[in-house]
Design a protein around this ligand. Structure first.
Ligand SMILES: Cc1cc2nc3c(=O)[nH]c(=O)nc-3n(C[C@H](O)[C@H](O)[C@H](O)COP(=O)(O)OP(=O)(O)OC[C@H]3O[C@@H](n4cnc5c(N)ncnc54)[C@H](O)[C@@H]3O)c2cc1C
Ligand code: FES
Length: 396
């Protein structure tokens, strides 16, 4: 946003210690510019692209980590760009995973109406959503550091090499990066597809990292959806997309010795597939229970693959659950909501790791119920497929 717009100012260093900007031919002290910016910001016709491109420093409390953030960049994006992984999931202001405290300094939000996960009362107490918040000054924040050496997301071109319709409303998309380029990622992470109008859409990677010739995505058609409508009606093999990746903290936790429960809803199957194929290839033989919740039999779009995991591995249990079976399905298996099927089968989750992906309502209902039955909070790993109202804060 800021990078693309007209700029009033060009940045330069003047002397060793004081930052100045050029306004026309005149060097202006930075404090003056900051004061001016705050006044411009309160003006209803404020246009972000007209700001000087300034940099602030974010200090993470109780750590020796700090990182610079550019004007207009979210605090989370800046952290990721520097390989510091703060907690997050949707990057849309909806899930609340990135919530932390702002101890000092000033944060603003480009789209306050999109702060679904930050009620005003919490804002008043100093909480902030780092996936949406922009720094207006140097900041000290309170947040957990999940990974100090996280893979930095990269923007890349990707060619659509194959489109395969897996179900009436699910398309499998294989993407290929330029020659010699592979995407380093963890099983279960996701990519952003950058749309030509500047919007983004997130999709989970369905292949495991060891099988990385292509990036495999499973995309459900949302009628009227900006990207999925285009995918189902117009996209052709050979098309070039722009992506940014990898993102996400939904991935297999190496080293755990606990039995695993996987809960997928619809195309939430995609990242779970990536994780399961990864751990099976690693030779993990811990008990695994995979529950796949869909409406009707036709939505179990890779049922044979899941059944084969169970047939080939005695420690692997596959339970498809239909919430709305059709008459022709002649379904004899489990029915109802997928998280309820899991609750019927387990009285306690205190000894398990739970991985969940798919519709937010499924994730949140399941999470609460599992925590109530003894699942420690830090053993519930999830990616809710939040769809945001189009979010200018995420424009590329
Ligand atoms: C981390 C993450 C990973 C994701 N991974 C996947 C994936 O692997 N596969 C996949 O299919 N999707 C996935 N999604 C969802 C995906 O990013 C898009 O939100 C979805 O494809 C809709 O995009 P669209 O442009 O077609 O529709 P939009 O233009 O975003 O939607 C148009 C309208 O349709 C409605 N709408 C949008 N989505 C839904 C929905 N799911 N249910 C009901 N109404 C809806 C809303 O009212 C919206 O305003 C993921 C989301 C996140 C955050
Ligand atoms: S990551 Fe910020 S609200 Fe979801």
């Amino acid at each position: 946003m800021v990078e693309n717009g007209n700029r009033f100012f060009e940045k330069c260093w003047s002397g060793k210690s004081s930052l100045h900007h050029f306004v026309g031919q005149h060097a202006v002290p930075i404090d003056f510019i900051r004061g001016l910016r705050h006044r411009i910001r309160s003006c209803p016709t404020f246009i972000a692209s007209n700001y000087p491109n300034m940099t602030y420093t974010i200090q993470i409390r109780n750590s020796n980590q700090s990182f610079p953030v550019e004007e207009g960049e979210s605090i989370l994006d800046a952290a990721l760009r520097h390989g510091i992984s703060l907690p997050y999931a949707c990057r849309n202001g909806v899930c609340g995973a990135c919530k932390g405290k702002c101890i000092s300094g000033e944060i603003e939000y480009p789209s306050p109406e999109l702060l679904v996960a930050l009620p005003q009362a919490e804002r008043d107490e100093g909480f902030a959503l780092f996936c949406q918040g922009r720094a207006c000054s140097d900041l000290e924040i309170e947040a957990d550091i999940v990974d100090e050496n996280a893979q930095k997301p990269e923007k890349l071109p990707a060619r659509v090499v194959k489109l395969e319709q897996l179900a009436h409303d699910v398309m499998r998309l294989y993407l290929k990066l330029p020659a010699g380029k592979r995407l380093p990622f963890l099983a279960g992470q996701y990519i952003d597809i950058l749309l030509s109008d500047g919007r983004r859409r997130s999709f989970s990677i369905a292949n495991p990292p060891h099988d990385d010739e292509f990036i495999e995505l499973h995309i459900r058609h949302v009628p009227g959806g900006r990207f999925s409508d285009f995918l189902f009606s117009e996209m052709k093999e050979g098309a070039i997309l722009r992506i940014e990746a990898p993102f996400g903290q939904f991935h297999f936790r190496e080293g755990s010795e606990r039995p695993m429960i996987f809960m997928a809803g619809g195309t939430g199957f995609a990242p779970i597939k990536g994780v399961i194929e990864h751990i099976l290839a690693e030779g993990v033989t811990l008990p695994m229970h995979f529950y796949w919740g869909v409406r009707a039999k036709r939505d179990l779009y890779l049922h044979d693959m899941a059944q084969a995991w169970a047939d080939e591995h005695p420690f692997f249990n596959y339970i498809p659950v239909l919430s709305d079976p059709m008459e022709e399905d002649q379904w004899q298996g489990r029915t109802g909501f997928v998280h309820e099927a899991i609750l019927e089968d387990f009285t306690s989750f205190s000894e398990h790791d739970v991985y969940a992906c798919g519709p937010p309502v499924m994730i949140h209902s399941g999470q609460q119920a599992f925590l109530d039955r003894g699942l420690p909070e830090d053993r519930f790993f999830c990616d809710p497929f939040e769809y945001a109202a189009d979010n200018p804060a995420k424009e590329s």
